[in-house]
Design a protein. Structure first.
Ligand code: HEC
Length: 191
């Protein structure tokens, strides 16, 4: 062993002796911070992707009768996959705490529908329920991703409904818990 190395080791031993026990790294919360409102998240992140899924399958009336349509080309399926991926990750966006509902307050849209202040209050008071409903969206999106990877049209159709239910479950709790849908007249008015 060279002198230099020995001195080095000795210095290290000395340092080790003097140094207090290494402190565990401080536990800090990850610096997630909501950057946009819930309203913008809905209108510009979640809703456009859900539309990609919902518009991909359906029927149209043509001169040859009712024709079903569904994704066919590689691009069509890539678009489904992209929408599923974005919805899936959007479930995390919903879990980030302290997101304000809207920049400009909005009034209730009718009986049984919350104003922005009421939506905010409900989310703040029932955060665990809100998070659970965001996880519903995650589960629906995971299944949509699997269906688009398998190019499975039947599942895509079915999962479009499941997606809608995931949206509605949260909306019915945090947005329009007792919306009064006008009843259609019992008997259609006579012409
Ligand atoms: C975990 C809860 C939650 C989930 C899941 C959720 N939303 Fe929402 N969404 C809300 C709340 C709360 C509001 C009402 C406040 C607001 O308007 O932002 C809302 C409002 C909206 C609005 C109206 C935005 C506006 O202009 O005021 C749209 C559109 C919307 N959601 C679409 C969707 C779609 C589509 C899905 C499913 C793919 C979905 N949401 C899933 C909580 C949710």
């Amino acid at each position: 062993m060279t002198i230099r190395r020995m001195t080095g080791l000795a210095a290290f031993a000395l340092l080790a002796a003097c140094k207090p026990q290494a402190e565990p790294a401080p536990v800090t919360a990850p610096p997630y911070a909501a950057q946009i409102t819930l309203q913008d998240t809905m209108n510009h992140i979640i809703d456009p992707e859900a539309d990609v899924i919902w518009h991909a399958t359906g029927t149209v009336s043509t001169t040859k009768g009712v024709v079903e349509y569904s994704p066919k080309t590689d691009e069509d399926w890539e678009a489904q996959r992209r929408a599923a991926l974005r919805l899936l990750e959007a479930s995390n966006v919903l879990l980030i705490p302290d997101r304000i509902v809207s920049q400009t307050p909005f009034e209730s849209a009718g009986p049984g529908v919350y104003s922005s202040a009421e939506v905010q209050h409900q989310i703040d008071a029932n955060r665990a329920a809100f998070n659970a409903l965001a996880l519903n969206l995650r589960a629906a999106s995971q299944r949509l991703l699997a269906a688009s990877d398998k190019r499975d049209v039947a599942s895509l159709l079915e999962l479009g409904d499941a997606l809608d239910q995931a949206c509605e479950a949260c909306h019915k709790t945090f947005w329009y818990p007792a919306e009064k849908v006008p009843r259609p007249p019992a008997r259609p008015p006579s012409p």
